[in-house]
Design a protein around this ligand. Structure first.
Ligand code: MLT
Length: 206
């Protein structure tokens, strides 16, 4: 018997081939990224879980010890749980392997999935991400498309950290596009435009 043990929202899209896995930031929930996802991929199916860790009542996808300092055992455990959820949800809803669309903490758990369970994702859009693990085993990400977008003035996730993540994923074979916008940690219209054109380009390549 399959278990779908994340609170989540699912929206069936008109497109058979495209699904997005929406991963919110700290304090968000399964509804947060739906408007963004609809802007960048109007016909995709959307699978949007709520993070199960609570930090002062705010949902997250894994525990942290301080801002930017992660409980890495928890990162590993939660990334695997989320990957199991995605696999079960795909069977239940009949959707394609999703592209993750993650913001902040959600982008970091998506990066952890790429490093630990790469076969569950068809690609990833990582907005304000940083490396989720200090050490990880090499994985085969041959050609997995990844867009990483950071903010030049982000006080929470320095662009250098995102650049490090970009190099790591590239070293494992991912096709990474890394962009820095003149913004902070918050999302901007420029993020939407970049994500939209990256996704359209991916659709025409596949
Ligand atoms: C994290 O905890 O994943 C990052 O520090 C980003 C955040 O959620 O503030």
């Amino acid at each position: 018997m399959e278990t779908i043990d994340f609170i989540h929202r699912f929206e069936k899209g008109r497109s058979q081939e495209r699904a997005l896995l929406l991963l919110h930031g700290t304090g968000g929930d399964e509804n947060d990224l739906v408007p963004l996802a609809r802007m960048i991929a109007p016909t995709a199916s959307l699978l949007s879980p709520r993070g199960k860790v609570l930090e002062n009542g705010m949902p997250r996808f894994f525990r942290r010890l301080a801002e930017g300092v992660f409980d890495e055992d928890d990162v590993r455990r939660r990334a695997n749980q989320l990957a199991d959820f995605v696999s079960n949800a795909r069977a239940r809803y009949g959707i394609a392997s999703p592209i993750a669309l993650g913001y902040s903490n959600g982008a970091n758990i998506a990066a952890a999935m790429l490093l630990l369970r790469p076969s569950e994702l068809a690609g990833a859009i990582l907005l304000r991400a940083m490396p989720p693990l200090t050490h990880s085993e090499p994985v085969k990400l041959d050609g997995v498309p990844v867009l990483i977008v950071s903010g030049a003035r982000d006080p929470i996730v320095a662009p250098e950290a995102a650049a490090k993540l970009a190099s790591l994923l590239e070293r494992y074979g991912a096709t990474v596009e890394y962009r820095v916008l003149p913004v902070g940690h918050e999302l901007s219209q420029a993020d939407v435009t970049l994500a939209q054109s990256w996704l359209n380009k991916e659709a025409s390549n596949s």
